[in-house]
Design a protein around this ligand. Structure first.
Ligand code: NDP
Length: 317
């Protein structure tokens, strides 16, 4: 019997290519967890995924109710959960005023972090009960979470501060995790720091008791994806060229998807608590390595505080 992997945001970019790569391996059935069902069906067909290799299920990460419903729907399908990939994200660099999730939280942190945080917590038992000997939970990271690396040095830098915005309930005037004024690019980077903190805290709390391998990866700069759809059109044109010819960071969507699929499936990636990277300058036959995460993302006290406050915001505590 095939193993089952759930991938969020599999309707485009990295998630779609990861879905394709896993479905082609033969031993995986892919559940594409997406907010737009017909877009996802078209996407799956456009990359040639065999009809019986995937199921599309509705999930809107910007609604906590939708996350809970998705978990119920998945359980009702009777499948064993063997791997979960938290991939979906939004990036809104140009907006001046914050957008809100159904629950009233700033939209990029709600989608990228809080929705996934709830999903991971609800699925822990399912992964624990997996029929696979080594279930995995993989969360997409990014170089921009990390000011120690070149790609992470460009301001505004992420900074969760003392998480005062979370502590104040993260609604109304409290739109940034640190409680400061709204900065959309920083909000995205902060959400990705939370993704890495979540992975590390999951590992610390549940690796031994649940036998789950938790990991993150930076798949490379996938400059052509729709993640940049809300940027200036000229940026969308020049960014891939800049990454290809100047920084050397450019990775195709297909290659990034293969990297995610490896971290989900390959025995070489069975280390829990790990953050994988293929580096910034892409080389032919480039090999992955364990990358250090940022100072903030490796701060255990911050991870603990982030966890407690996020649990309250998603209604788990
Ligand atoms: P895309 O914009 O191509 O894909 C994002 C996916 O997330 C889409 O499927 C989108 O769905 C989905 N999504 C957005 N909002 C929601 C929601 N509320 N509920 C459910 N799904 C949602 O981006 P990428 O493929 O580039 O990014 C994927 C991951 O890779 C992200 O976590 C990103 O941080 C990470 N990453 C990307 C890099 C890059 O250079 N592109 C570099 C490093 C990391 P829909 O189709 O409906 O919009």
């Amino acid at each position: 019997r095939k193993s089952t992997v759930v991938i969020t945001g599999a309707s485009s970019g990295v998630g779609l290519q990861a879905a394709k790569a896993l479905s082609q391996m033969g031993q995986w059935h892919v559940v594409m967890a997406c907010r737009d069902l017909s877009k996802t069906e078209n996407a799956a067909q456009s990359v040639g995924m065999p009809q019986d290799s995937y199921t599309i299920m509705h999930l809107d990460l910007a609604s906590l109710e939708s996350v809970r419903q998705f978990v119920k729907d998945f359980r009702a399908s009777g499948r064993s959960l063997d791997a979960l990939v938290c991939n979906a994200a939004i990036y809104m660099p140009l907006i001046k005023e914050p957008l809100r999730s159904v629950d009233g939280y700033e939209l990029s942190v709600a989608t990228n972090h809080l929705g996934h945080f709830l999903l991971c917590n609800l699925f822990l038992e399912d992964l624990k009960n997996s029929s696979s000997s080594e279930p995995r939970l993989v969360i997409l990271g990014t170089v921009t979470h990390n000011p120690k690396e070149l790609g992470g040095k460009i301001p505004p830098r992420p900074d969760l501060g003392n998480l005062d915005g979370f502590a104040a309930g993260f609604k109304g005037p409290h739109v940034m995790i640190d409680g400061k004024k709204f900065e959309p690019v920083k909000a995205y980077k902060d959400s990705k720091v939370c993704n890495v903190l979540t992975m590390r805290e999951l590992h610390r709390r549940y690796h031994e008791s649940h036998g789950i391998t938790f990991s993150s990866l930076y798949p490379g700069c996938v400059a052509t994806t729709a993640l940049f759809r809300n940027h200036y059109p000229l940026f969308q044109k020049l960014f891939p060229l800049f990454q290809k010819y100047i920084t050397g960071g450019f990775v195709t969507e297909e290659e990034s998807g293969k990297r995610v699929a490896e971290v989900v499936s390959d025995p070489a990636y069975s280390q829990s608590g790990a953050y994988w990277s293929w580096g910034n300058r892409q080389k032919k036959q480039g090999k992955s390595f364990l990358q250090e995460v940022s100072a903030e993302a490796s701060d255990d006290d911050k991870a603990e505080r982030m966890w407690e406050l996020s649990a309250k915001l998603v209604g788990l505590a």
